[in-house]
Design a protein around this ligand. Structure first.
Ligand code: ADE
Length: 249
């Protein structure tokens, strides 16, 4: 059974887009995952197949109607247990742990909005998670959906070689990655850090860990303090189990 992406959108032609190429494209062709779009316009009302209406309470823009989204959800065939996700800058931030949860399931149903948003009632009533890919506003949810799918598909079994899955683990320990270098060893007057040429694997690992910590502290104070908290908790837990070992409790 392949991992199934079902996308509700006003712009079905935007899929698979860039995910039809490279690793994701090969996996799509090979049946590792499938990408099914469903045009929200099919469920629009009246001669113009309107999917949106003006917001109650006034204000700018248009809101996608609850009944239109609901009709689209009823029409699709998504695997049992696939999470439903609405891409919106109002959502909780997408994290690697969410991506990993989605990738381990049967697939996802993605709702892509345009205009001001979607009637909140259908999001609540149909258990639709609200997810943002970052603190900036895109013109619609489709490009955010492509980002989410890219992050999921690369984790599906067989999509990437073992090298790359190692990289994935190093990010999910909560630190940004150390810097990378390749030949030539000297370029434009800049030398590769000497330790990387030493062949001393323990020293290289220690240097990379230190770099990862420094870069995370500088660039992402939020990740850094979460990592410090986790380390403190782990050390406390290790201390407790060490003590209980010694006292034989
Ligand atoms: N739609 C518009 N902006 C978005 C964002 N930042 N994340 C997810 N969906 C969006």
């Amino acid at each position: 059974m392949s991992w199934q992406a079902t996308i509700l959108t006003l712009f079905p032609d935007m899929f698979p887009g860039p995910l039809g190429l490279s690793l994701a494209g090969r996996a799509l062709g090979g049946g590792v995952w499938s990408c099914q779009t469903h045009d929200l316009r099919q469920h629009g009302l009246g001669r113009h197949r309107a999917v949106d209406d003006t917001p109650f309470g006034g204000g700018a823009g248009m809101v996608i109607r609850a009944d239109v989204v609901d009709a689209a959800l009823s029409a699709i065939q998504a695997p049992e247990g696939a999470p439903r996700v609405f891409l919106t800058p109002r959502g909780r931030p997408l994290r690697q742990q969410d991506v990993s949860r989605y990738a381990q399931g049967p697939g996802v149903v993605l709702l892509c909005g345009r205009f001001e948003g979607v009637d909140e009632r259908v999001l609540e009533a149909r258990g639709i998670e609200q997810v943002s890919i970052g603190d900036y506003v895109l013109s619609g949810g489709e490009t955010a959906a492509l980002v989410l799918l890219d992050a999921c598909v690369r984790l599906l079994p067989g999509v990437m070689g073992s090298d790359e899955s190692g990289v994935e683990e190093s990010f999910s320990d909560g630190l940004l990655e150390y810097p990378h270098y390749t030949r030539p060893a000297s370029w434009d007057g800049r030398d590769v850090p000497e330790v990387l040429l030493s062949g001393n694997h323990a020293a290289i690992a220690a240097w990379r860990q230190k770099q990862a910590e420094e870069i995370t502290r500088e660039r992402r104070p939020d990740l850094w303090s979460a990592w410090l908290d986790r380390r403190e908790r782990n050390e406390a837990a290790a201390g407790r189990s060490g003590q209980s070992g010694r006292t034989g409790v």
